[in-house]
Design a protein around this ligand. Structure first.
Ligand code: GAL
Length: 335
């Protein structure tokens, strides 16, 4: 498996064709000390045998669809269920598990860029329609790692792509990210129903809850809060409803590490962002620097539409029809 590198004078990003997995992002702190800020493994072999979601492109439908069921024009579809009774991140052989075609492209706005392409056949993981997908990974001079998704389908289908790096701005494999400060431009979030294992369709105010990140706050404050939504997960694994969504690219959130001074800004044109503090990591696997991967070793900030949107009319539209083009921009800017 070839490792591709995107670099400018400051930032270096490694990724592989399997899942388009971003396996390393090396950035300096304010004193010029370089650290790799994404959770993962020391070797390619461990990466290929390890958690396939680390840094991967997730799809066709990132996040959960309850019982893997949805309807288009009264026709029922039953997707592959790989998360107890739910469908998660496109199923067992979702886009994280596919080998993408990679070509270097010369696009004016980037110092360096690669285009990743994939054809997902009609019926893949039981989704309708043949889907042609491209994802551009581009790096600008001012340290913006830009991810541009696009897709077209041969039959009406549902789509929601995302990228799944877990960030630890103090260096992955170098302790917890729970002390990072997080700000999210979201006055609402979608609470989880224990019964459904994902959102019940309710959109709730963050005000007065641990999910209020409208001002920068330590992730620890939220994770330590005695709140039924936090206790149910063992941390944060929630979709935030971004304020003032209008389809243009806007600042969604900022993650800062007080220790190293590194700062990450996340921009998107999507209506939501899933924040995941890695509650399911129990230390049984070793990651970078040979250290056990524990809860909150990194924080995932996944731009997307909302979980289970195909089953809620008041949630963003997940439907893609022939002749239409799905597009999505996510920018991770290292400041
Ligand atoms: C996240 C999801 C988590 C977990 C993780 C993959 O996007 O919110 O619940 O499934 O992906 O391990």
């Amino acid at each position: 498996m070839k490792v591709y590198t995107l670099k400018n004078n400051v930032v270096e990003i490694d990724f592989i064709p399997r899942g388009g997995q971003i396996i390393s992002i090396r950035v300096p702190d304010s004193n010029g000390n370089i650290a790799d800020v994404v959770v993962g493994y020391d070797s390619l072999e461990e990466t290929l045998n390890g958690d396939g979601y680390f840094g991967a492109i997730c799809g066709r439908y990132a996040n959960r669809i309850v019982k893997g069921e949805f309807e288009i024009d009264k026709e029922k579809f039953q997707l592959d269920c790989n998360d107890n009774t739910n469908h998660l991140h496109g199923g067992h052989e979702g886009f994280h598990a596919k080998i993408w075609d990679v070509t270097e492209v010369d696009l004016g706005q980037f110092v360096q860029a690669y285009k990743l392409s994939l054809t997902s056949e009609d019926g893949d993981q039981n989704y309708p329609g043949k889907l042609d997908v491209t994802v551009v990974y581009g790096l600008t001079e001012d340290n913006q790692f830009v991810i541009e998704y696009a897709a077209e389908t041969s039959k009406p289908t549902v789509i929601n792509l995302t990228s799944h790096p877990y960030f630890n701005l103090n260096g992955a494999g170098n302790g917890s990210a729970v002390y990072h400060q997080l700000q999210i431009n979201a006055s609402y979030y979608t609470p989880i129903s224990a019964e459904l294992g994902t959102t019940s369709g309710i959109i709730a105010r963050v005000n007065g809850t641990p999910f209020d990140f409208t001002k920068p706050k330590s992730v620890q404050l939220a994770c330590d809060a005695n709140h039924e939504q936090i206790n149910m997960i063992g941390g944060i694994d929630h979709n935030f409803v971004l304020d003032d969504f209008n389809g243009s690219v806007k600042l969604a959130g900022i993650l800062t590490d007080p220790e190293s001074g590194r700062k990450l800004e996340v921009y998107t044109d999507q209506p939501g962002i899933q924040i995941y503090t890695g509650a399911h990591f129990d230390g049984s696997e070793r990651g970078k620097n040979g250290n056990p991967i524990q809860q909150c070793q990194g924080i995932a900030m996944e731009t997307q539409i909302f979980p289970n949107s195909p089953n809620y009319d008041h949630f963003p539209n997940a439907l893609l029809k022939p002749g239409e083009r799905y597009t999505h921009v996510c920018i991770y800017k290292f400041c």
